[in-house]
Structures are given as structure tokens and as C-alpha cells.
Write a protein that binds this ligand. Structure first.
Ligand code: FE2
Length: 304
């Protein structure tokens, strides 16, 4: 593989978090010269900032605001050293200078997927670049993708939580998060004790499985620069749809004292629910006279 060093942990894709090494230190796409050129050229909305040190239990998705990056990268880095800020570049691969590194990463992800027999193509792969102040915290949150996070400068520690453990994130919170209905996850010391903590330095990468809660704290010695490749698989898409279906069904079923069976325990059940979600969205699109009756009937599927 061109981007990742071989490691037997890679076989645990989407079932466990693990650390390994990447080979992209010194890649020209991530040079200061290229970043200084690319950031101001990115379309509005691609660069998101948050200011001030965050707490681990903040609502991460509500702390970010879109801004066009008008200041020079050198100034950003210099400011960010002392300004307790966090910059997330969403999809830097819309810039042509990121095309080769993205292609290389997607090829590696797809070679892992083929080896595991979970599909040939990564679905909707995209890059995220993170530049953050020393000591900055990324609060406890979920990514709606599978991802590999690679460190390029500075250090951090990343705590990752078991993806289907209801003590970390309840099924109800997973469903609401996936639907963008509620992105504030409860967090306390008892939940924190369930996480696996990884120390992370330049040249290292970590896999965060689909839906696994995680939080990050940067080291105190330097600005942190990291980049992630986010992607999905057929399995992730089935989980995503099954969670959306459960979220709708939960509201309907609670009126009759029932609740949906959780996602992530039986593959066949998740597939049925994914089909249920497709049918539900189709019924709503058709706007049939009896759509509420059809939808309620469909929701009974969620109890299986
Ligand atoms: Fe994340």
C-alpha cells in the first residue's frame, strides 16, 4: 500500500479502533507551501472555525462556524499557537492539488475492503484536514463515516468508545445523531472510563470505526495538523439506514408501549431495516392517501 504500512490490525476495520503507521509524512499536498496556497482558494463553507478551548462534553457540531479563509496560513499557524482555535477544512480534495493524495488513500482503503470481502469501492470518500491549537479539545462526538485519521504535526490523544455499547451512546442517541436531530451526546466520567485511549504522534494513524464515539485532546507542545479520510461501505450504509428507520419507528412504537430492536447486533435484521427505510422514504415521496397507515405498519418491522 502507498499510504498505509501493512498491519494485521487493518483486518479489524469497522469492528475495533486501532493504531498503525502511515507513509504520508512529507507528502507535497500537505506542505506548508501547498496549504498556504490551497486554503484561500477553497470555496466558501469549506473552512470551519471554532474559537476558545472547548470542553469534552460540548456539542461539537454546534461549535463550528463556516468562514472563508482570508488570512495567510503562516498567520493562522502563528495565531493558532496561542489563540485556542480549531480549524476544520471540510473536503480539501475539491482542490486539484489534493487529487493525487486522495486517489492514493482511496486505493489503500479499497484494497483493505477487498481483502476483507466487504466490497470493492469506498462509498463517498472525502478528506478532512484539522489544524488546532495546543491543548485544544474535540468534544465527544460521532462521525457518520468510517475513518482513518493521520497525524502530521504535534501530538494528541484520542479516546475511542465501543460503537454498539449502550453505556457509551444509547441506541436512541445514535438514531437522533444519524438523523441530525440531536448532536449533543451525554458524557461523564463513567462513560469516559469505557474508552480506549491512544497516544498519537506524527507518522501514526488511527482507525475510528463507523459510529464509534470519540474525543480528542491535542498535546501542549505544538500546533496539531492531522488529516482524515472518511468513507463508507455497503455495511455502513445499511447501518445508517437501519438507524434512520429505527428513529422513525421508535416514535411510532412508543405510543403502543414498544421499542425497536437495536441496530448492530444482527446483520440480517439491519438489512431488513435498511430495506424498511428505503420503503418508508418511497412511501413519503409518493404522498399516498394512506401513507400514515402504511408507515405505521412498516414501523412494526423495527420490533423484530
Ligand atoms: Fe471525529
Amino acid at each position: 500500500m502507498e499510504s498505509f504500512e501493512e498491519n494485521e490490525s487493518l483486518d479489524q476495520l469497522d469492528s475495533a479502533a486501532f493504531k498503525f503507521n502511515h507513509k504520508l509524512l512529507g507528502h507535497p499536498s500537505l506542505s506548508m507551501e501547498n496549504l498556504a496556497r490551497v486554503l484561500p482558494e477553497l470555496p466558501a463553507g469549506r473552512v470551519e472555525f471554532s474559537k476558545g478551548l472547548l470542553n469534552v462534553n460540548d456539542d461539537f457540531e454546534k461549535t463550528l462556524e463556516n468562514q472563508t479563509c482570508k488570512i495567510k496560513l503562516e498567520e493562522i499557524i502563528e495565531n493558532i499557537r496561542t489563540s485556542n482555535s480549531y480549524i476544520m477544512v471540510n473536503h480539501p480534495d475539491v482542490h486539484p492539488s489534493f487529487a493525487p493524495i486522495k486517489r492514493q488513500l482511496v486505493e489503500d482503503v479499497e484494497s483493505i475492503m477487498r481483502r476483507l470481502g466487504i466490497g470493492k469501492e469506498a462509498i463517498d470518500p472525502r478528506l478532512f484536514l484539522f489544524i488546532a491549537s495546543p491543548n485544544s479539545v474535540t468534544p465527544f462526538h460521532i462521525d457518520r463515516y468510517s475513518n482513518f485519521l493521520m497525524q502530521f504535526r504535534g501530538s494528541k490523544h484520542v479516546s475511542v468508545f465501543p460503537q454498539w455499547d449502550e453505556r457509551a451512546v444509547t441506541a436512541k442517541h445514535h438514531e437522533a445523531y444519524m438523523a441530525y436531530a440531536n448532536t449533543k451526546l451525554p458524557f461523564n466520567d463513567e462513560i469516559d472510563a469505557l474508552g480506549t485511549r491512544f497516544e498519537f504522534k506524527p507518522g501514526e494513524a488511527i482507525h475510528i470505526p463507523f459510529l464509534a464515539g470519540h474525543h480528542v485532546r491535542n498535546g501542549s507542545e505544538d500546533v496539531s495538523i492531522s488529516m482524515a479520510i472518511f468513507f463508507n461501505t455497503e455495511q455502513n450504509n445499511a447501518w445508517r439506514k437501519a438507524l434512520r428507520f429505527n428513529g422513525i419507528a421508535r416514535n411510532v412504537l412508543k405510543k403502543v408501549g414498544l421499542s425497536p430492536a437495536p441496530v448492530g447486533q444482527q446483520a440480517w435484521r439491519d438489512k431488513v431495516k435498511a430495506i424498511g427505510w428505503d420503503a418508508y422514504t418511497k412511501i413519503r415521496e409518493l404522498q399516498t392517501k394512506n401513507q400514515n397507515l402504511f408507515s405505521t405498519g412498516l414501523c412494526m418491522l423495527a420490533t423484530i
